[in-house]
Design a protein around this ligand. Structure first.
Ligand code: ADP
Ligand code: MG
Length: 318
C-alpha cells in the first residue's frame, strides 16, 4: 500500500511535482501517465527515496518513508529504471543478483534465484554469463525486470519498462508481464506515456500534467467522466480502441438475438470487455438469466450503432 499526501518537488523555482496526493492499494496495478516532463520519474523516485521530496508525506504500508531505513524500503520496492540502467561491466548474472547480494543471501540461494528469474522473463540460461551490450533492447528490458523481481519485492516501481521496444515486441511483453507468476499479488506503480499500455495494464490510471494530478480513476472513469478537457484530449486519438477495452459486452447484450439452444458454443461472462471477446466463431453471452448468441463482429457493430447511448450508460456506471 502506498499513499502520497501533498507531495511536491522543487528544482530551483520549478515545481517538477506539484502537491500530488494519491493512493495505491495492495495488489493494485497503478499507472502514472503524462507527457514527457510531467514529473512521472521524479514522483516514482521520491517513493523509493532516490530523490528527496521537498514537501508532503509518502507512506508505504502506512509507515512514513521518512521513517523507513533506505535499505529496508528498497528491499520492499523493486525498481525498474527508465532506460533500463543495467551495469555494462557486470554480466547479466551479476546484474540480476545485485539486490540478493546486498541482502547477503547465501551463494547457493542467489544462484538458484538467477536461474529462476532468467527463465521467468523468457531468456535462455546461457545469457547469464553475457554482458548487457550483447543483448537486444528487448532482452535488456527483460533483464531489468528480472533484476527488479530478484528479492521478490512486495511492490514494483516501473519507469517506462517497455519503452525501448518496438510496438510488436512491446505488446508481447505487456501480455507476458500480466502473466508473470505471482504478479497478481504485487502492488505495481508503472510509468508510461503510452495510453494503450496504461489501459491494458492499469486497474487505476493517474493522468499527470505539469507535475499535477489531473485525474486518478479507472479507464472507464477517464473515458466517460473526464475531469477536464486535458484528459479527454489525451485519450481522443485512441478513443475507439480504448472504449473496446473499457466497455463490457453486457452493454450490447440485450440487442443480440436470444440463443434458442446452448449448442456447443462457449459461454462468456457479460462483464468481458469488447476487446476480450473471442475473435472467431459464435459464443453465448450470459446476462440477467438470458443467453444471447453473438460474434465479436456483431458486438462491435452494435457498439458503433449505439455509441452515444452506451457512453451515457457507462458514465452513469462509473
Ligand atoms: P517525466 O518522467 O514525466 O518525463 P521528470 O520527472 O523526469 O518527468 O521531470 C519533471 C521535470 O523536472 C522536467 O521539467 C525536468 O526537466 C525537471 N527535472 C528533472 N530532474 C531534474 C533535475 N535533476 N534538476 C532540474 N530539473 C529537473
Ligand atoms: Mg521519465
Amino acid at each position: 500500500m502506498i499513499r502520497l499526501e501533498n507531495v511536491s518537488k522543487k528544482y530551483g523555482d520549478q515545481l517538477a511535482v506539484d502537491s500530488v496526493s494519491l493512493s495505491v492499494n495492495s495488489g493494485e496495478k497503478h499507472v502514472l501517465i503524462g507527457t514527457s516532463g510531467s514529473g512521472k520519474t521524479t514522483l516514482l523516485k521520491m517513493i523509493n527515496k532516490i530523490i528527496p521530496k521537498s514537501s508532503g508525506d509518502i507512506f508505504v504500508n502506512d509507515i512514513n518513508t521518512d521513517q523507513w531505513q533506505d535499505y529496508l524500503l528498497r528491499r520492499k520496492l523493486g525498481y525498474v529504471i527508465q532506460q533500463i540502467g543495467l551495469f555494462p561491466h557486470y554480466t547479466i548474472r551479476q546484474n540480476i543478483s545485485l539486490v540478493p547480494g546486498i541482502l547477503k543471501w547465501p551463494d547457493s540461494r542467489v544462484k538458484e534465484r538467477t536461474f529462476e528469474l532468467i527463465s521467468m522473463v523468457g531468456l535462455p540460461e546461457r545469457m547469464l554469463d553475457m554482458y548487457p551490450d550483447s543483448l537486444s533492447g528487448g532482452q535488456q528490458q527483460r533483464v531489468g525486470i528480472a533484476r527488479a523481481l530478484a528479492a521478490d519485492p512486495e511492490i514494483l516501481l516501473m519507469d517506462e519498462p517497455f519503452g525501448a521496444l518496438d510496438p510488436i515486441t512491446r505488446a508481447g511483453m505487456q501480455q507476458e508481464f500480466i502473466q508473470l507468476p505471482g504478479i497478481e499479488n504485487k502492488t505495481v506503480v508503472l510509468v508510461t506515456h503510452d495510453m494503450m499500455e496504461a489501459a491494458l495494464l492499469g486497474d487505476k490510471i493517474t493522468v499527470l500534467n505539469k507535475g499535477k494530478v489531473c485525474q486518478s480513476s479507472s479507464l472507464a472513469g477517464l473515458l466517460f467522466r473526464p475531469d477536464s478537457e486535458f484528459v479527454s484530449e489525451f485519450l481522443e486519438n485512441q478513443r475507439e480502441q480504448l472504449e473496446w477495452l473499457a466497455i463490457p459486452v453486457r452493454m450490447v447484450a440485450d440487442q443480440l438475438p436470444l440463443a434458442e439452444t446452448d449448442g456447443d458454443y462457449p459461454v462468456v461472462s457479460s462483464s468481458l470487455r469488447l476487446s476480450q471477446l473471442p475473435a472467431n466463431g459464435r459464443f453465448l453471452v450470459n446476462e440477467s438469466g438470458h443467453k444471447y448468441l453473438a460474434t465479436r463482429d456483431e458486438c462491435l457493430s452494435l457498439y458503433y450503432q449505439n455509441r452515444e447511448e452506451i457512453r451515457t450508460k457507462m458514465s452513469a456506471d462509473v
